[in-house]
Design a protein around this ligand. Structure first.
Ligand SMILES: Nc1ncnc2c1ncn2[C@@H]1O[C@H](COP(=O)(O)OP(=O)(O)OP(=O)(O)O)[C@@H](O)[C@H]1O
Length: 338
């Protein structure tokens, strides 16, 4: 896949603090990439370096083939950026705000109104175009922010915490919109977020950031396989009653190809293997006349992946970095409250 965002050894110091530490990451054209991490992990600093808004201490950020530090104006033309708090002229209507932005972007006067209308339609705000931006809900403001970003027909859009403070229905709509834009127009999307479930729904790949470092990147399946290497597929079988001869049953299950581990807990049997073994398992239980009351394939989600990476990183750094506990508390604290 052709890379549209590239970071090579990207590093940023603020005094003695390393906000971003030797970041190497490549994002392909057409991807929706999620930057995940707790407060202070370095996500916003990375975004600012990509936009050429802050200079790296060392390393290089390239976006759309441009060096972000040397050519920030050209980057601005090709990349749309939506910060977590989008500002508008509250006394102007949505349409007036967009017309203003279209003019700022140098669109010809003859087309500014039409383009502004089109963008409002694109983000589903056509019925609110004459309403003042100050009267918009947070979700509507985010849509208006997206319309503003789309005016310059960007190749890449970068969204910093785009769903912060939006209600669940609004979040669903907004993420749907991002996916549509990505699929219909092939726009590459980079979004930073704390919300693992949301990121999981839309991102093709994620990067997990902690303490300025990228701990891992990849699609969720790959990350799960890497972390839960010994047995990425787990099937949980519920029986009507506790099996009478578990040792014998265990022996038989272990003879199935690819089964790695079996755990009995009352009437629940958990079988882990390195490929999906659900049909074989069910056949075996039925042939042994055991009453199966439920079968569930367990998928490792981003939550488990994140926690595992995070825990491992904490263990590694516990003696060096006392602030990690703070990162963890603030991250999980934010997860709970939003
Ligand atoms: N201008 C600055 N001067 C000094 N330190 C800064 C500056 N900007 C950020 N930092 C520090 O750099 C680290 C990374 O901050 P950054 O804002 O990039 O994290 P983040 O992952 O975006 O966090 P959040 O989710 O809270 O926005 C933090 O410790 C922060 O306090």
């Amino acid at each position: 896949m052709e890379a549209i965002i590239e970071m090579n050894g990207l590093t940023k110091h603020y005094g003695r603090l390393k906000a971003v530490d030797d970041l190497h990451l490549s994002i392909g054209k057409g991807e929706i990439f999620g930057l995940l991490g707790p407060n202070g992990a370095g996500k916003s600093t990375t975004i600012l370096m990509l936009l050429g808004l802050t200079e790296p201490s060392s390393g290089e950020a390239r976006i759309c083939g441009l060096n972000a530090t040397r050519d920030p104006i050209s980057v601005k033309r090709k990349v749309g950026y939506m910060p977590d708090n989008v500002g508008f002229y509250n006394e102007l209507t949505a349409l007036e705000n967009l017309v203003y932005i279209a003019r700022l972007n140098g669109l010809p006067e003859s087309s500014v109104k039409n383009v502004a209308r089109e963008m409002l339609e694109e983000v589903g705000l056509q019925s609110a175009m004459h309403k003042k931006a100050g009267q918009f809900s947070r979700g509507m403001k985010q849509r208006l922010g997206l319309a503003e970003v789309l005016i310059k027909q960007p190749e890449v859009i970068i969204l910093d915490e785009p769903t912060l403070g939006i209600d669940p229905a609004g979040v669903k709509d907004f993420l749907g919109l991002i996916t549509q834009l990505n699929q219909r127009q092939g726009i590459t999307v980079l979004l930073s977020s704390h919300h693992l479930h949301q990121v999981q729904q839309v991102c093709t790949r994620v990067g997990i950031f902690v303490g300025g470092r990228l701990l891992a990147d990849g699609d969720i399946g790959t990350l799960a396989a890497r972390l839960f290497q010994t047995a990425p597929f787990v099937v949980e079988v519920a029986l009507r009653s506790t099996p009478e001869q578990p040792a014998e049953l265990e022996r038989e299950i272990l003879q199935l190809p690819s089964v790695k581990k079996i755990t009995f807990s009352g009437n629940i049997v958990e079988i882990a293997g390195d490929e999906d073994i659900t049909p074989d398992i069910v056949r075996l239980f039925v042939s042994r006349q055991l009453d199966v009351t439920g079968v569930q394939r367990k998928n490792y989600g981003l939550d488990e992946i994140y926690h595992r990476y995070f825990e491992n990183n904490l263990k590694e750094n516990i003696s060096h970095d006392k602030s990690s506990g703070l990162f963890q508390r603030s991250f999980f604290g934010r997860l709970k409250t939003r």
